[in-house]
Write a protein that binds this ligand. Sequence first.
Ligand code: SAM
Ligand code: SF4
Length: 340
Amino acid sequence: MLKDNYGRSIDYLRISVTDRCNLRCVYCMPDTIKSGCHHDGKIASDSVLSYEEILRFVRAAAPLGIKKVRLTGGEPLVRSLIHELIRGIKSTEGIEELSLTTNGQRLSETAALMAECGLDRVNVSLDSLQPQRYAEITQGGSLDKAMAGIEAARAAGLLPIKLNMVPMSGVNDDEIEAFIRFGIRTGYQIRFIELMPTVVNEHIFNKGFIGSDEIRQRIEKEFLLTPLKVRKHGPARYFNVMSRHEPRSAGVIGIINAVTCRFCTQCNRLRLTSDGRLRPCLYSNIEVGLCSALRTNASKEDLQSLIIQAVDLKPERHHIPEDAASAASGAPFIMSGIGG
Ligand code: SAM
Ligand code: SF4
């Protein structure tokens, strides 16, 4: 079992399989990001870990106690043959759960095969239920494709399906209630994620950030929220949600307050970046480089000592300042390469 210096057990690994994406969400990859990210999703860079390298890493990490893996990015479904990576990870002894976060644009073609290869479930990002607005926020995405992908994931049994929505003031915050009604109608779990400041989104963060308390107050005008006890290791708090007007219809929502709440005491995760750095905290520049070890055929034991080194460096807590201006100017990362 991996334990850090603050007594936390580390059993969850998030892997960014690529920093590329077929969309350009305004808060994640605005036009200012140029290098390494192509709309077509082609992998051109040597620095991105190969599937073989990722698998070697997972096979070293699992005996240390990593049980849960999530594939993310960038957009994981722009990497070809992603199902092969899924098969390899899921057949690794000790890996109990494998999930994936996607924008859904290629999910309708891939969901069934990924499920067959061992994927357990998916989270799909969906920031608007309005086609035109969805296209604007994602700078080119198709809401129809995302919806078809979500349906395909349901048909493939990739359950429960969680839909990630980042509410932004003046952009899509007027849809919070519509998302809840959509979740109640369909059974999908809606997760409202606080917008996080990064090096590329200062403008939108300063204008659009809505804290989880405000999100909750807005929801409670129309819905009754009952907290669910299960508070796992992440920043999400889950609630049963019921319409005040139609009390027989209910669903589950999550509110993820990565910025305003310090969930760090329960943090159980490590992140492997697309170019082979192991990052013990999303919001800290501390990292351990693995690329050369993976490319020089270092032994499993050598890889394991690098993993232990990263866990030893895991900071006690993140230091995202809670006022927007200093947060955005001090933010040390771009989400896509590290994995949101
Ligand atoms: N491309 C995939 C997707 O969009 O689901 C996976 C990668 S994306 C970086 C993972 C999640 O991070 C998405 O739900 C996205 O909305 C969220 N995200 C990206 N940038 C964010 C930011 N600055 N603040 C909060 N959430 C962010
Ligand atoms: Fe791409 Fe996901 Fe970032 Fe949107 S949030 S630009 S879909 S990586």
